[in-house]
Design a protein around this ligand. Sequence first.
Ligand SMILES: Nc1ncnc2c1ncn2[C@@H]1O[C@H](COP(=O)(O)OP(=O)(O)OP(=O)(O)O)[C@@H](O)[C@H]1O
Ligand SMILES: [Mg+2]
Length: 467
Amino acid sequence: MVDSAASAPIRVLVVDDEENQRRGLASMIAVWGFQTETAADGQEALEKLPDFNPHVMITDLMMPRLDGFELLRRLGAQGNRVATIVLTAFGNIETAIATVHDLGAFWFMEKPIKADVLRALLGRAAAQSRMAEETERLQRQLSYRGVLGDLVGSSQPMQEVYSLIRQVAPSKAAVLITGESGTGKELVARALHQLGARSGGPFVAINCAALPETLIESELFGHEKAAFTGAVERRAGCFELAQRGTLLLDEIAEMPASTQAKLLRVLEDSRVRRLGGKSEIEVDVRLVAATNRPVPEALESGRLRGDLYYRLNVFQIALPPLRNRLEDLPQLTEALLTDLNRKHNTRVAGAEDAVLDRFRRYSWPGNVRELRNVLERAVVLAGEGVLSTGYLPPGFGDSVALPVTAAAGPGAVTLPVGTKVSEAEKALILSTLAHAGNNRTRAAEILGISLKTLFNKLKEYNSETDS
Ligand SMILES: Nc1ncnc2c1ncn2[C@@H]1O[C@H](COP(=O)(O)OP(=O)(O)OP(=O)(O)O)[C@@H](O)[C@H]1O
Ligand SMILES: [Mg+2]
């Protein structure tokens, strides 16, 4: 395969307010075969970056309008990871290290510039940049084939999820992941981490539902020795552990309201104080939260504080339930079988069409986790060969007789694609009747039909079940 990108010249942006230095550098670099562009300060660099899209940037630190530190900070916030060589004053090693360590510069170079050192550095920075470009290209290609991180599925709803993940992963913006249980929220959180600038840092997950109220704050914020009975040792909390990485707050709506208030404060100040601690610790953490509760409901019932929700919901990624992307079943089955074969040391080669047919007719209330469980049982029983329907749990899919299922939330009807209008009408009428406590007059009112029509419909349904 011809890789056109590899033969195109490496683009280098030179940012320096001293005109002589800027021009001199640019022409020297151009002679080495790089394509160059210049900017007189950070502001101009920010303006030129999107169009020129350099592989490497060489920047001075002290500049008018917008200096080199601020330039790097802004690029970091935008998720722009252009490999940057920072020019520093001779002997100022502390500043140099700070730019590399805190601002993520590729490397630093003391002035006056030594041509051979710069050339070697440029070569290395360019190689890193090319590699990042290549990784991104491969990831893109994979996600078009229906795989992103550990997520599988090429259906339209999943493509939309991948596209959102790719867009928001590079930034530090908070993300709220919603979706029913077992739809892959944790996998999305991991993909956000892996595809972002923080992939080298830690990924820490805390399940707010699994912890008793008394423990959750010490888990989140840490505690000093003897902060409370049982605190025998000082301990860092999740925020500190996730420093420069990603923190997943799983099942956020299960977090006690008082803890949610404290969490909000930490997010606003980017600082935590350990329980029983005196000083505050600065934290640099990308926050991802997940919930399987429908958000409007969680807000209304007060389980999720509105102010915290607005702080977390900078981006929302809503995962589709499996029943809305049944076309992904063959691909999911294949990927899960590969994984399960590895786990159980089995050699199951696939599933018969009849199995997939059954899968397609099922509504999967437990989503991909349920599919995985069904397949895991089958893999263990079969050990090898192609799975037949005999390996499915007894009674599997019996509930498919009802194509219309009531949604998890009360007062809602979920209609899988493929539902007939008559079936949808029946489901709506029956669930409204149930909602109205079997009061037919009230149900007819809600439905906006006459009592007579309602009676007729019910009679029709009754004769259906009789026949
Ligand atoms: N798109 C997917 N491709 C492959 N595997 C998936 C996908 N979605 C979910 N899974 C698998 O399904 C299981 C459940 O996924 P995960 O734990 O991410 O769900 P969740 O949405 O966090 O569920 P819960 O709300 O119950 O915590 C895992 O084993 C995961 O690997
Ligand atoms: Mg989860």
